[in-house]
Design a protein around this ligand. Structure first.
Ligand code: GRF
Length: 197
């Protein structure tokens, strides 16, 4: 059983998708810890409702200490709006994953979070967008890509409508990747990542 920590800053619908998959027996791991860098993040409530230890912590050194003392195998950034230092990413190399609501390398990087991502996609006029799960390195959204899935961008889409459509995909691919990670089925070769059946 892998020990999973989920880092959040907000509502935590992606966290919920992992909780649900664990409870349904689809992930061979347990969520040991949920950490939010925002005290009022609703995701903390979601975790507590499922008896998962959930804490507010906005200090990177202290977060690293907590993850180490719990011997965490996988750190999932699920709407965690802080870029990690290289100190953090090196301590957990190829053990931190992030979900981003666009097809990286489009509409990503510093400042691209929340509705801004979807507004940029709508304004640019792209015909497809989607979601990406990737490993985290010390730069924003640049680590090796693990999984991507597309959604259509329709002519009348607003950023809010597109966000909803992309979230459905996020809630599918994030638990899938977590599950594969826990099964040791994710192989990293440089920038290329392979998921075994
Ligand atoms: C999601 O769109 C995720 O891709 C992005 O932040 C949002 C978090 O949503 N990184 P939630 O808190 O999981 O509902």
């Amino acid at each position: 059983m892998k020990k999973i920590a989920v880092l959040i800053s907000g509502g935590g619908t992606n966290l919920q998708s992992i909780i649900d998959a664990v409870e349904a027996g689809k992930i061979k791991g347990e969520i040991r810890l949920v950490i939010s860098n925002k005290e009022d993040a609703y995701g903390l409530e979601r975790a507590r409702k499922h008896n998962i230890c959930a804490v507010f912590d906005n200090d990177e050194a202290s977060i690293i200490d907590r993850l180490k003392s719990e011997e965490i195998d996988l750190v999932v950034l699920a709407g965690f709006l802080k870029i990690l230092s290289s100190n953090f990413t090196r301590a957990f190399e190829n053990k931190i994953i992030n979900i981003h609501p666009s097809l990286i390398p489009a509409f990503c990087g510093k400042g691209y979070y929340g509705l801004k991502v979807h507004q940029s996609a709508v304004d640019y006029g792209v015909k497809v967008s989607g979601a990406t799960v990737h490993f985290v390195d010390e730069n924003a959204d640049t680590g090796p890509i693990i999984s991507q899935e597309t959604v259509k961008v329709l002519p009348d889409d607003t950023a809010e409508i597109l966000q909803k459509r992309v979230l459905e995909v996020e809630h599918r691919i994030l638990p899938m990747v977590v599950s594969k990670f826990c099964d040791n089925k994710i192989i990293v070769e440089g920038r290329k990542v392979f998921i075994e059946e």
